[in-house]
Design a protein around this ligand. Structure first.
Ligand SMILES: [Zn+2]
Length: 115
């Protein structure tokens, strides 16, 4: 019986799209929210699929907190591109990742998964 383990974390970062309808977008910041979804087929003796604390700790290590994303990445740091980057970064440590969602605001975000 499969479970989906979900962990959500916020980080704070500035960015601008390098080409927003033909010209660079003005620099601005967001409180980004990321959600990571991992599949767990079995639970341990304590009833846990994957330790939330470990995933959260890993996210804390890899998320570019208090950074200018354009200086961190060699791609235009849209929510879509950050979601794709995060998916493969999480997959390095957690191959059971199913998808990630990256929210720029409360209402606008992008998810990435493999089809
Ligand atoms: Zn933005």
């Amino acid at each position: 019986m499969p479970w989906t383990i979900r962990v959500k974390r916020k980080f704070y970062a500035a960015h601008f799209l390098t080409d927003y309808h033909g010209s660079p977008e003005p620099l601005h910041g967001h409180t980004w929210t990321v959600e990571v979804y991992l599949k767990a087929d079995e639970l341990d003796k304590g009833g846990m699929g994957i330790d939330f604390v470990e995933i959260d700790k890993y996210l804390k290590e890899i998320l570019p907190d208090y950074k200018l994303l354009n200086e961190v990445f060699d791609f235009s740091p849209s929510a879509e591109n950050v979601a794709k980057w995060l998916y493969y970064k999480v997959k390095e440590k957690y191959p059971s990742v199913v998808k990630v969602v990256v929210w720029e605001t409360e209402n606008c975000g992008a998810e990435y998964y493999e089809t």
